[in-house]
Design a protein around this ligand. Structure first.
Ligand code: ASP
Length: 372
């Protein structure tokens, strides 16, 4: 059984690094000082968690393909396919937690910096790899976003296998448990129903049935190659137990992902509604354009989200005035400088010539997300 590739195995030899046109990267040295464009792939933490055949994670596969000459976006999509197809990640693709009616609805979008093209799908049912359908929208249509039944029909026309149901035994069992915890008498009152649905979900996190990262949960993956070509992709099953038809930030250009081929890329995971309100990925790329570092650009977006969070139901019950949700951004500029930033302490994944790593994000608010 092949063992998972570790960082030491991955670190490029001098010859391989030379083939990529790279000088060995001194720890902490700005990429621009040594090479103009430093290849890097950055993603949410699940991009360095799940492996294909026990070997490569998403960021490692994407980096290998990208530095081997593949189109950057194709390499990133091949990376996120690992997570989409892995039923252990119940926040993405096959086995993602379903909506309130028990139906798995998936969202994804992708952007190609050099080609200046984009594609997305929302509320897509029956296809395990929505990122590939989003890519097909980018490649084969004049449109940027297909939703629901239209997206599914398009996927079928493009030759994708469309399945009846993307639930796994685990996601179905968890949905049934959620239903069981929901007081049916509250279905009569939309406001109370929303609150009781939220409470039922939180109690499942408290009871250890769902990883909080999978209640929300997504993968965003962005990369830049040695030629400075930047692309990105985001894919998700969205918010667990959402109202059928709910679309979060993930498939929305400018929210769940934004790429400007001349500047950089940003993408998100976490509470989609908070990000949608401010189109933060677009905001971050605009901050990069004005010369901010990836970290400072990301922090600016988090500060805006915090300032826009005024409703009591969204605030930390301890009265700190801080949001009670998590939101993360993954940011890379054209030079290959990158940052993972978040509202509360969190992790992200990155792969450079030094191999795949999971790192701590820079958080706006110190400490972990308020307890559920
Ligand atoms: N942002 C996704 C959504 O709101 C979920 C997540 O990333 O946690 O659909």
């Amino acid at each position: 059984m092949p063992s998972r590739l570790n960082r030491r195995d991955f670190v490029l030899t001098g010859a391989a690094a030379a083939a990529l046109g790279l000088a060995p990267r001194a720890e902490g040295a700005p990429a621009v000082l040594q090479n103009k464009f430093r290849p890097v792939v950055i993603s949410s933490a699940n991009g360095n968690k799940y492996t294909h055949d026990g070997q490569e994670t998403c960021v490692a596969r994407a980096f290998r393909l990208m530095t081997g000459g593949s189109d950057v976006l194709e390499a990133l999509i091949a990376g996120v396919n690992i997570v989409e197809l892995d039923p252990r990640d119940t926040s993405v693709g096959y086995g993602g937690l379903p909506n309130a009616e028990g139906v798995v609805q998936l969202d994804s979008c992708c952007m190609h910096g050099p080609k200046k093209r984009a594609g997305g799908v929302a509320a897509l049912e029956g296809v395990r790899t929505p990122s590939r359908v989003a890519h097909a929208v980018l490649q084969n249509t004049d449109h940027h976003l297909l939703v629901g039944a239209g997206a599914q029909r398009f996927a079928r026309q493009m030759g994708f296998t469309v399945e009846e149901d993307l639930n796994t035994e685990t996601s179905r069992r968890l949905w049934l448990e959620w239903k069981r915890r929901l007081d049916p008498e509250h279905f009569l009152d939309p406001e109370k129903r929303a609150q009781s649905g939220f409470e039922a979900g939180r109690s499942m996190v408290r009871d250890g049935l769902i990883d909080p990262a999978h209640y929300f949960g997504t993968i965003n993956c962005d990369g830049v190659n040695a030629k400075g070509e930047i692309c990105g992709v985001t894919t998700t099953s969205g918010l667990a137990w959402k109202i059928p038809g709910r679309v979060g930030d993930s498939p929305i250009l400018g929210a769940g992902l934004y790429v400007d081929g001349d500047v950089g890329a940003a993408g998100s995971t976490g509470r989609g509604e908070a990000n949608l309100y401010g189109l933060c990925s677009y905001l971050i790329v605009e901050q990069l354009r004005q010369g901010k570092s990836p970290k400072d650009a990301g922090m600016e977006a988090l500060r805006r989200v915090k300032a826009n969070t005024i409703e009591k139901r969204l605030l930390d019950p301890k009265g700190t005035g801080n949001p009670k949700f998590g939101l993360n951004f993954y940011v890379v500029n054209k030079a290959g400088e990158f940052a993972g930033v978040s509202m509360y302490e969190s992790d992200y994944a990155v792969c450079t010539e030094n191999g795949p790593e999971t790192r701590k994000t820079e958080s706006l608010i110190p400490g972990p997300e308020p307890t559920w």
